[in-house]
Ligand binder design. Structure first.
Ligand code: SF4
Length: 284
C-alpha cells in the first residue's frame, strides 16, 4: 500500500459553459412552468444523475416533436436539424433553444455551403445527436466520416466543405481531413472542435503523464467523456477507470497508487466530482 495517496485534479474538467447554460435553463424552465408541460428533445445532457434531478423537477423527455401537441420544448446543447424548428412552428410549440454556440456555428457553416452547392463532409460519429443535427442543415445529404475506412474510394467533388464534431480529438481531425481534402477541387475546411473539449483533452493527457492512475468521471454514453478515457488509456492502459459516480469505485483497490489523477467530461456536474474526491480521500 502507498503511504500517502496524492490526488490531482485536471486543470480543466467538468461542466463546460454550453452544458452549464443548457442545464440551468432547463431547471429555470421547470421552476417557471406554471401549468405548462415542459419537455426536452432527448436527454438534456449525457449524465444520468442530472437527468434524474430534472425529471424530479417535472421535465419530461420526448424523442420527437411528433410526440406532443402542446407545451414548451427545450432544444439541448447538441442542437437539432432545421426540420425540428419547422415542425415546432407548424404545431405552434414554444422552443427554448440551448444549442451551444459552437454547434450553432457548425450548423451555419453547413447551411451556407450547402446552399452554395458544396458537398458537406462531417467528421464525427453518425449516431451522435450533434452530428445528426448538423446533417439536418444540409437536408441530410452530408457524408459522415468517423474513421479512415468510411472514406469513399475514388469519389471526387468539384467543391467540398469539411466540418468536424465538436468533441473530436484534433489529431483525428487532422488525420482524416488531410485525406478528405484530396476528394475536392475546391476545399473549405473548418476546425469546428470546441475549445472546452480541447482544454479538457489536453489537461487529461498532461495529468495522465504525471500520475499512476486516472479516474475519468462522466456518463457512459457521453462522447466527450469517452474521448477523455481513450486519451488517458494511451498512457495508462491498465489503470484508467471510467466511472459515472463514486459508487463506480467501490470494490476497486486503489490503495497501491501513489498519485491518482481525476478528470471529468463536459457533462459531469460538480457535485458528482466532489463525491469522487471525498471517496478518494479515504485512501490518503
Ligand atoms: S463540449 Fe463544447 S460544443 Fe459541447 S456544449 Fe460544451 S462548449 Fe459546447
Amino acid at each position: 500500500m502507498a503511504e500517502v495517496m496524492i490526488i490531482k485534479i485536471a486543470e480543466s474538467s467538468g461542466f463546460c459553459f454550453g452544458v452549464e447554460k443548457a442545464v440551468s435553463k432547463a431547471f429555470e424552465a421547470t421552476e417557471e412552468k406554471a401549468n405548462k408541460s415542459i419537455y426536452s428533445l432527448g436527454p438534456i445532457i449525457h449524465n444520468n444523475q442530472v437527468i434524474d434531478r430534472l425529471k424530479d423537477s417535472g421535465l419530461d423527455v420526448i424523442e420527437s416533436i411528433k410526440d406532443i401537441d402542446e407545451g414548451t420544448v427545450i432544444i439541448r446543447s447538441h442542437g437539432v436539424g432545421k426540420s425540428v424548428y419547422e415542425e415546432a412552428n407548424i404545431k405552434q410549440i414554444d422552443l427554448i433553444d440551448t444549442t451551444c454556440p459552437f454547434v450553432k456555428r457548425i450548423q451555419n457553416i453547413v447551411k451556407d455551403y450547402h446552399q452554395k452547392g458544396y458537398q458537406i463532409v462531417i467528421i464525427g460519429n453518425p449516431k451522435h445527436p450533434e452530428v445528426k443535427g448538423i446533417n439536418g442543415w444540409c437536408q441530410g445529404q452530408g457524408i459522415i466520416i468517423q474513421d479512415i475506412e468510411d472514406i469513399p474510394e475514388d469519389q471526387t467533388f468539384e467543391n467540398i466543405c469539411i466540418v468536424v464534431q465538436t468533441t473530436m480529438p484534433l489529431k483525428k481531425f487532422h488525420e482524416l481531413s488531410g485525406i478528405l481534402e484530396k476528394m475536392g477541387k475546391h476545399v473549405k475546411k473548418f476546425d469546428t472542435t470546441c475549445f472546452a473539449t480541447k482544454e479538457r483533452q489536453e489537461a487529461a493527457l498532461d495529468l495522465a503523464g504525471q500520475v499512476d492512475a486516472m479516474i475519468v468521471i462522466g456518463g457512459f454514453n457521453s462522447s466527450n467523456t469517452q474521448k477523455l478515457v481513450n486519451i488517458c488509456k494511451e498512457l495508462l492502459p491498465d489503470s484508467t477507470y471510467h466511472i459515472e459516480t463514486a459508487e463506480g469505485l467501490s470494490g476497486k483497490d486503489l490503495s497501491h497508487f501513489e498519485r491518482v489523477g481525476v478528470t471529468a467530461g463536459a457533462s459531469t456536474p460538480d457535485w458528482v466530482i466532489k463525491d469522487v474526491i471525498r471517496y478518494l480521500n479515504k485512501f490518503k
